[in-house]
Design a protein around this ligand. Structure first.
Ligand SMILES: Nc1ncnc2c1ncn2[C@@H]1O[C@H](COP(=O)(O)OP(=O)(O)OP(=O)(O)O)[C@@H](O)[C@H]1O
Ligand SMILES: [Mg+2]
Length: 364
């Protein structure tokens, strides 16, 4: 049977959904921002994982230092919480240069950008977060600034307006984006080095957890760190957040040391299961399996079934479910994979019922 409904609009053509307050959400909340500053690795040596990016960036920066030159412009792309802001600060630190931080949405007019550019010092790093959200006129000004270290400042209005060229000191632009595909090619082409950040392996996240636990002065056993790492969706920000919640639990319910059992019990309280799915993720999967026999079912129908907006299901729950190989988006609708049935401990209709033991999702 097919429960398909409306045609799907590509996600890029709709406004983004505001980040939901979830423990496994990848956007930074206010508490994160305060703690993140303290947990940020300060140089490339401290930065965990992303071996390729680290090696390449190390070469770019070393060579620039050896030449006594300003480093080439760097574009950092990747999902939220993977370390783009952290790397931008590391680039400045490694170059011994000051850093100026701004973002695409903060630059409304080309004049805003001109003011920032003209006040840069030689060698300074300009970090432009969410660079894909810059206005068109600012973007065009940036092309010239990146390539020729020059901007044209427009003075006056209408036919009497004149462009006054302004020389800029050499600087390094570090752009960050979660949506590299949305960058216009002329902008992308002006970066000398593009680093695509991947999701982290559980073993790398384990190291992130150990490092953060040490900085937060929390006792943790190897299996405790592994338990947290395995539920962190490949994302250091989530690993750090889960660590803080587990620490709370360990303080209140035990002697403060994080063991595997404590980590599993704490994350069961917060409804983050053994694979890192939270309540919303599981509600979506459960509806797909139990109400629609695994699909295919249309996105809107699925959203109604779990009592959420379709955008929430599509942008908050689905990307991770797809990445984990639990759900597939097909032209006929959403379909559960065999792994989804296994994960929820359910048997697909028509499958032989050969002693399918209920899986302990929380690992307790
Ligand atoms: N490689 C890493 N090693 C250790 N900690 C890391 C690493 N990458 C990120 N972190 C930690 O994860 C947190 C989030 O990183 P960061 O803010 O750099 O992510 P981001 O990619 O800029 O996210 P966003 O797209 O939301 O801006 C920081 O607290 C940082 O300490
Ligand atoms: Mg950032």
């Amino acid at each position: 049977m097919n429960w398909d409904d409306t045609a799907d609009t590509p996600a890029d053509e709709r406004p983004p959904v505001p980040p939901a307050e979830r423990l496994v959400g990848s956007a930074a909340d206010r508490e994160d921002q305060a703690v993140e500053a303290a947990l940020r690795p300060k140089d490339l040596g401290e930065f965990i994982g992303q071996e390729k990016v680290r090696e390449q960036l190390d070469l770019v920066l070393r060579a620039a230092r050896a030449r006594g030159a300003t480093a080439d412009h760097v574009l950092l792309s990747g999902a939220p919480g993977l370390g783009k802001t952290t790397l931008s600060m590391i680039i400045a630190a490694e170059m011994g240069a000051p850093i100026r931080i701004t973002s695409g949405p903060a630059i409304q007019h080309a004049g805003d950008l001109a003011a920032i550019l003209s006040s840069l010092q030689e060698g300074e790093v300009l970090f432009l977060d969410e660079i894909h959200r810059m206005s068109r006129p600012a973007e065009e000004m940036l092309y010239m600034a990146m390539e020729d270290f020059r901007v044209d400042v427009i003075v006056g209005k209408g036919p009497g307006a004149t462009a006054i060229p302004l020389e800029l000191p050499p600087f390094t632009l570090v752009g960050a984006t979660t949506r590299a595909g949305l960058l216009p090619p002329p902008l992308r082409d002006r970066f000398g080095f593009t680093a695509h950040m991947e999701f982290y392996e559980p073993r790398e996240l384990e190291r992130v957890v150990h490092r953060s636990a040490q900085l937060l002065d929390v006792g943790i056993e190897t299996e405790g760190a592994a338990e947290i790492a395995g539920r962190s969706r490949g994302t250091p920000r989530i690993a750090n957040r889960l660590l803080r919640r587990v620490r709370d639990y360990a303080q209140v319910k035990a002697d403060g040391v994080i063991t595997r059992e404590i980590a599993a019990a704490a994350l069961a309280v917060y409804e983050v299961d053994a694979r890192g799915l939270d309540r919303l993720d599981r509600a979506v999967l459960e509806a797909l399996l139990k109400l629609f026999a695994g699909g295919p079912v249309g996105l809107s129908t699925l959203a109604v079934a779990v009592g959420e907006e379709r955008e929430t299901v599509e942008e908050v729950a689905e990307p991770f479910l797809v990445r984990e190989g639990l759900l597939a988006r097909t032209p006929r609708g959403r379909v559960a994979t065999p792994a989804a049935w296994t994960h929820l401990g359910l048997t697909p209709p028509g499958a032989a019922t050969s002693g399918n033991g209920q899986q302990d999702l929380f690992g307790t």
